[in-house]
Write a protein that binds this ligand. Structure first.
Ligand code: AMP
Ligand code: MG
Length: 301
């Protein structure tokens, strides 16, 4: 399905808001982002306030294309190779920062995370704006990420949203850390670890835990459990008097695309328990299972 393009007047309004240091709900191929001028500390602080996000969780800078990278990060031949293979697309690179990248973006670190999104609306806005956009997922901190404009309006009423249709990947970008001697996967996502390793060689275990990658995240309000046998488990739970809904796996691309929308829909049913069938343990399935595991996490009492 080709992406929906918003009317030109909406693009103009979004541009004016960004130029004024305000926030815009932005469609990308991964999930909807909450975009702000990536070089304006005032604008960046609006992101943390709107999401309720801890200020030390760094943000990803979105660029128009790979030629923008040397303005914000030290060039790296591995980054060039990965960018040539996967940009525009769902891959984020962590590199040593150049001066001038605000601390609000980096969380005060010496590194910066960069990505070139593929969605035509994100592309058009980035090129019209001419500066990087910081754009974490447009949800309240810790909650399920939005994959439609309507989800963003539910999560963050009052934020102007560009409608670019449903997100086609459906889970966040993969994050590769290139700031150390060995490339490391900080977060599984839209590009598989196998595909990344085919370009840069084996991926080390991450030396730094990706800041903000918490065990509990992407969480519905309803209790969620992973289950390889959801029908049998549902029967047991129902016999105990519980109401249950099942989120079924399927072909991984389709599963990823509907994952967050189904989590939202099932969460709204008000049942006692959600049973989520895990995906396969390869390629995009790794990202799906990562998100489901975090959605299932309950802090120890
Ligand atoms: P999101 O909230 O989906 O936009 O993802 C942002 C995530 O990117 C953060 O929570 C970190 O895990 C990761 N990240 C961003 N900047 C950095 C950085 N400089 N170093 C390591 N991880 C980063
Ligand atoms: Mg997020």
């Amino acid at each position: 399905m080709p992406p929906t393009l918003p009317p030109p007047a909406d693009m103009q309004r979004a541009l004016a808001l960004l130029q004024a240091g305000q926030l815009v709900g932005l469609p990308t191929e991964t999930v909807y982002g909450l975009a702000a001028d990536g070089l304006n500390p005032f604008a960046l602080r609006q992101i943390f306030a709107a999401k309720g996000r801890p200020v030390d969780h760094p943000l990803i800078l979105h660029l128009g294309d790979a030629a923008w990278l040397p303005r914000y990060a030290e060039p790296d031949p591995r980054a060039e190779a990965l960018a040539a293979a996967f940009w525009p697309g769902p891959l984020t690179l962590v590199l040593r920062r150049k001066p001038g990248v605000p601390d609000e973006v980096t969380g005060g670190r010496e590194t910066v995370a960069l990505r070139v999104p593929a969605h035509p609306v994100a592309q058009a806005l980035l090129w019209a704006f001419g500066r990087p956009l910081a754009a974490p997922s447009a949800n309240r901190f810790g909650r399920v990420s939005p994959t439609t404009a309507e989800h963003v309006r539910e999560e963050l009423p009052g934020v102007f949203v560009l409608d670019g249709g449903p997100a086609v990947v459906g889970v966040e970008s993969s994050i590769v850390d290139l700031s150390g001697p060995l490339p490391a996967l900080l977060r599984p996502g839209g590009v598989s670890a196998e595909a990344i390793a085919a370009i840069v060689g084996p991926l080390g275990a991450s030396q730094t835990v990706a800041p903000g990658t918490l065990p509990g995240h992407y969480a519905p309000r309803t209790a969620l459990r992973l289950s390889h046998r959801p029908d049998a488990e549902a029967e047991v739970a129902r016999a105990q008097g519980l109401t249950v809904a099942i989120l079924r796996a399927g072909e991984p691309q389709d599963h990823a695309r509907r994952l967050y929308a189904e989590l939202r829909r099932l969460d709204a049913l008000g049942v006692d328990l959600l049973l989520a069938e895990p995906s396969t343990d390869a390629a995009l399935g790794v990202a799906i299972n990562d998100r489901l595991t975090r959605a299932a996490y309950r802090a120890p009492e």
